[in-house]
Structure formats: structure tokens, C-alpha cells
Design a binder for this molecule. Structure first.
Ligand code: DAK
Length: 262
């Protein structure tokens, strides 16, 4: 089977590349199945502390595969949507941060995939949009849910109702991406950001991710209770004693950099 998804490890950074450039990395059943398998492998690798997701060629992902979707009936469409959403949710809930390094088109399912990541770094060449209404469908991989949560309902509605494609700078102004960088710097910037994260306690970073993601789904009182519970959990990890001892002893902390529970 051809590798439509490649993944490699550079130190503690895992790099997943969507590798179907002839169709601009469009998400079809095979690409999604291989992404799902790849997440299984990454999950088992306890020495990976940050994951970077990028695309081969001129696209990050140009959306779900339109040619594959064309003949589907309602039931099949629902199944496709549910499967993609499940896989994106797996990425979103991985214990390590996931950085999307957006090299080119991030349209439809591609923008939705980027939004399932924790942080988005965009090349100046990247283009964003949810053009689904022009194809007679709604965004189906949680775009109607994650986009308004990320950039607010008014801006999300404008993008979804018009289906317009925007550049990286406009995406930055809307809060859709964290940073815009020169194309040749994209991977170095993403790796540099990953290294900055990796210096810290992986346990505390993973728990912060959980507190932010889960807390955003709750009312403020419940979210604060959740934060207090997660804060308490930090004291179960040797990282808390090491981080605080290092501060008191005026030295750098030496964390146990593995996702295995100590
Ligand atoms: N699907 C399939 N093939 C695609 C594709 C896509 N999304 N995007 C590009 N390709 C293919 C093109 O057909 C072409 O293949 P050949 O014709 O050469 O065989 C090849 O990639 C190169 O594309 P172009 O020749 O068009 O390249 P250009 O540079 O001229 O244009 C473009 C680049 C990105 C502007 C253009 O390709 C384009 O507009 N692509 C479609 C973008 C788009 O509309 N994306 C949204 C797809 S819809 C759901 C679940 C999920 C979804 C919906 C519902 N449920 C079932 C609930 C998600 C939907 C979407 O993502």
C-alpha cells in the first residue's frame, strides 16, 4: 500500500506528513484510514512530546475528496463525516501538543484538520477557507463547531456562508492562525516552537492541554472546578517536586521526558 501518510521522529518531535500531493492531499477513505493508523503508532511512542502535522507539495489539505463524495447517499455521507470527525477528535485529544505547519491550501476538511490541532503556524503561501456551501454541502468535519469557537460566530458565519478563500495574513488577523512565516522557514519555526514546549514538564503541558480543551466545553464555575482538580493532579507527578526544587536551588529543572506515568 502506498504511504499516503508518512511519519518520522526527530528527537522528541513526531512529524506527520500527508503525502498525496497529486490530489492536493485531499482526504479520501484511504488517507483517513492511514492517518488513523498513524495516530495509533504515535500514541504508543512514549518518547514523542510534540507532534507536527504538515502536507507534501503545495497543499496542506485541499479538503475532503470531492470525487469520492460525489456519488454518496445521505447515509454514506453521514458515515464519512462521522469517521473524519472521530479521527480529528483523536488528534485533538492526544496527550501531546499538535502543531499544524500549514504549507499551502487548507480548505474545507483541510482547515477543519488544522483547527483540530493545538497551534497553527502558516506559510505566507497558505490559503484558508470553508468552501463547502459552493459544493452544496455544509462543513462536515466539525467546521461549523470549531471555527466559531476559534474566531467567533460572526467571522465564522461570513467565511462559511461566502465560502471565500483568505490568505495567511487575514487568517492571522482573524485568530485562525498563531503566526505567519516565510515558506522556507515554516518547518524550522514549527520545530523551534516544539523545542520551546519540550523543555517544560511534559506532564504539566499535557494536563494544561486537557484543562483548556475540556474547560472550554463547560460553564465557568465547572471549568474552574476542573482546573482545580487538574492542578491537584500535578502534585502526583515527580515533575512538580523537581520543577519547584530546581527553582529553590537556582538550577535548571531536569524533567523525566517521557509520557510514561512515573
Ligand atoms: N478533492 C478531490 N480532488 C481534489 C481536491 C479535492 N478536495 N482538491 C484538488 N483536487 C485535485 C484536482 O481535481 C486535480 O486533480 P486532476 O484534475 O489533475 O486529476 C488536482 O487535485 C490538482 O488540483 P487543481 O488542478 O484544481 O489545482 P489548482 O492549483 O488549479 O487549484 C484549488 C487548487 C485548491 C484552488 C482547487 O484544486 C480547488 O478548489 N480544490 C477544491 C477545494 C475545495 O472545495 N475543498 C473543499 C472540499 S469539500 C462531510 C465531511 C466532510 C466534508 C463535508 C461533509 N460529511 C459527509 C458530513 C468536507 C468537505 C470538504 O472538504
Amino acid at each position: 500500500m502506498s504511504r499516503l501518510i508518512k511519519w518520522e521522529k526527530e528527537g522528541a518531535i513526531g512529524i506527520i506528513t500527508i503525502n498525496s500531493p497529486a490530489t492536493l492531499n485531499a482526504l479520501n477513505t484511504q488517507v483517513l484510514a492511514q492517518l488513523d493508523e498513524c495516530i495509533d503508532e504515535v500514541e504508543k511512542e512514549e518518547s514523542i512530546g510534540v507532534l507536527i502535522l504538515t502536507g507534501e507539495g503545495k497543499a496542506f489539505v485541499a479538503g475532503a475528496d470531492i470525487k469520492e463524495m460525489l456519488p454518496l447517499d445521505a447515509k454514506q455521507g453521514e458515515k464519512l463525516g462521522a469517521n473524519g470527525s472521530r479521527i480529528f477528535r483523536r488528534l485533538e485529544t492526544l496527550p501531546m501538543p499538535v502543531i499544524a505547519a500549514i504549507n499551502g491550501f487548507a480548505l474545507g476538511g483541510g482547515n477543519e484538520l488544522a483547527m483540530a490541532c493545538d497551534i497553527r503556524i502558516a506559510s505566507e503561501k497558505a490559503k484558508f477557507g470553508q468552501p463547502e456551501v459552493g459544493l452544496g454541502i455544509t462543513p462536515g468535519f466539525a467546521g461549523t463547531q470549531r471555527l466559531p469557537r476559534l474566531i467567533g460566530p460572526a467571522a465564522a458565519k461570513e467565511l462559511i456562508y461566502t465560502g471565500k478563500i483568505i490568505g495567511a495574513q487575514e487568517a492571522k488577523e482573524l485568530g485562525l492562525v498563531n503566526r505567519v512565516v516565510a515558506p522556507e522557514e515554516l518547518m524550522d519555526v514549527a520545530k523551534g516552537l516544539a523545542e520551546d514546549i519540550l523543555k517544560n514538564s511534559w506532564n504539566a503541558v499535557a494536563l494544561s492541554k486537557k484543562a483548556i480543551n475540556d474547560g472550554l466545553q463547560l460553564d465557568i464555575e465547572s471549568a474552574m472546578d476542573l482546573e482545580a482538580k487538574i492542578f491537584g493532579e500535578c502534585f502526583l507527578s515527580p515533575d512538580q517536586k523537581e520543577g519547584m526544587s530546581a527553582f529553590v536551588e537556582k538550577r535548571s529543572a531536569k524533567f523525566n521526558h517521557s509520557r510514561r506515568k512515573a
